[in-house]
Design a protein around this ligand. Structure first.
Ligand SMILES: Cc1cc2nc3c(=O)[nH]c(=O)nc-3n(C[C@H](O)[C@H](O)[C@H](O)COP(=O)(O)OP(=O)(O)OC[C@H]3O[C@@H](n4cnc5c(N)ncnc54)[C@H](O)[C@@H]3O)c2cc1C
Length: 366
């Protein structure tokens, strides 16, 4: 449905379509609605978040939730990073959550519909088909995106993540998020407790994935949990490099379709939400051309730290351990992915003599 603007006495009707009802698409829809535009959202699945392809942890770096968080989100008390030793990041007063992603997305769908958005489920669409019918299209189709499939947008190598939802006895692991980094592996493993009896446990690889992926996850689950029962298994790709262009004619790219998953730990919900909001704000303000620089600016602090950390991870397990020890002692969790932290890390590049490592894996441009 279109919306009417009055601009210097002229009535302007703006029609916006959104591809995908994930975090990026639904946040984009909500922001358009707040600005007086009722979008049409096309979602190829019959039900949002089915299956939930996600560990469901959210580090709300951008303070996106005002007041109480939606649905059944629960605060996490501590983040544990396992390298050679275990590093503790207290998380009590930070925006670190474990969520029920499907419940959250369903509540957004209901709210967006009640405010006037048209959300068409079971409707896979092509960008090339709808971009002529609408003034603007926001591509929130995830990874691999429609922009990749239809326009060859380049995200660099895609990561892969596999995960089990398990029932198990978590004991002292409950309420804490665990990240594990393994020597020789450019990737991450995680245990995210949903309750004392349920967890998401997974493995992600930045690029080279072994043949025995599920055996790797099985072994990790056995080592960490002992007894467990798999309720469901899922896998999905991760786009962890922002492409050189964030719009193609009247199409704006958001979320994973904009390559916004964190290249160090793979989390992408926060940036999906942020980019959806920024894209819609630009359309509401009538300045779609500012989307690209505004988004890059908003995520640059995080991506600088994350790409730097990733280059250390790729270069040397020992230096990775040193870097995380430094962060553990000097930087609180909510400040980890900021320009300030990047500036603090810079002097150590010389001290750790890792320039050669960085050359081996040049930082992707952001
Ligand atoms: C195994 C795994 C675990 C993860 N764990 C975490 C985590 O714990 N925390 C975190 O922050 N991030 C995590 N991520 C990343 C996170 O899931 C994504 O970054 C985030 O969901 C991106 O949101 P999005 O809206 O851009 O895309 P998506 O959530 O992928 O949503 C895209 C939507 O578009 C729809 N769609 C696609 N093509 C079309 C089409 N042609 N027409 C209509 N609809 C279409 C899809 O069906 C989907 O509903 C994980 C990813 C994986 C694979």
């Amino acid at each position: 449905m279109g919306v009417h603007f009055f601009y210097r006495g002229i009535v302007i009707c703006v029609q916006v379509a959104i591809l995908g009802a994930g975090p990026a698409g639904l946040e984009a829809a909500m922001e358009l609605l707040r600005g007086g535009i009722s979008p049409t959202v096309f979602e190829k699945k019959e039900r949002v978040g089915s299956p939930v392809r996600c560990g469901e942890a959210l580090l709300d770096l951008h303070s996106l939730f005002d007041g109480d968080p939606p649905g059944s989100m629960r605060r996490i008390s501590e983040l544990l990073v396992h390298i050679e030793t275990v590093h503790h990041f207290p998380a009590d007063n930070t925006g670190l959550w474990i969520m029920d992603k499907r419940e959250w997305l369903e509540s957004l769908v209901a709210e967006a519909r009640s405010l006037g958005a048209s959300i068409e489920m079971g409707r896979p669409v092509l960008l090339s088909d709808i971009r002529k019918e609408y003034d603007y299209v926001i591509d929130c189709s995830g990874c691999p995106s429609q922009s990749l499939k239809e326009y060859g947008v380049d995200y660099g190598p895609l990561g892969l993540a596999i995960q089990y939802r398990v029932s198990c006895d978590l004991d002292e692991k409950a309420g804490k998020l665990g990240f594990h980094y393994i020597p020789g592996e450019v990737g991450f493993r995680w245990i995210f407790p949903k309750s004392r009896k349920e967890a998401n446990i997974g493995v992600g690889w930045a690029y080279d994935q072994p043949r025995e992926k599920w055996d790797t996850l099985n072994q990790f689950a056995l080592d960490q949990l002992g007894d467990f029962e798999v309720q469901r298994r899922i896998s999905g790709y991760l786009a962890m490099q922002v492409p050189s262009r964030l719009s193609i004619e009247n199409i704006l790219l958001c979320g994973d379709a904009a390559g916004l998953a964190n290249p160090y730990h793979g989390g992408g919900i926060h940036n999906a939400m942020l980019s959806g909001r920024i894209a819609s704000r630009c359309l509401v303000e009538g300045s779609p051309g500012t989307y690209d620089p505004r988004l890059r600016k908003a995520v640059s602090g995080e991506l600088k730290v994350a790409n730097f950390a990733r280059s250390i991870l790729e270069g040397s397990y020992k230096h990775h351990e040193m870097m995380v020890s430094y962060l553990e002692k000097n930087v609180p969790l909510e400040k980890l992915f900021t320009h300030e932290t990047y500036r603090r890390l810079l002097p150590y590049i010389g001290i750790w003599n890792i320039r050669s490592l960085i050359r081996k894996t040049p930082l992707p441009s952001i």
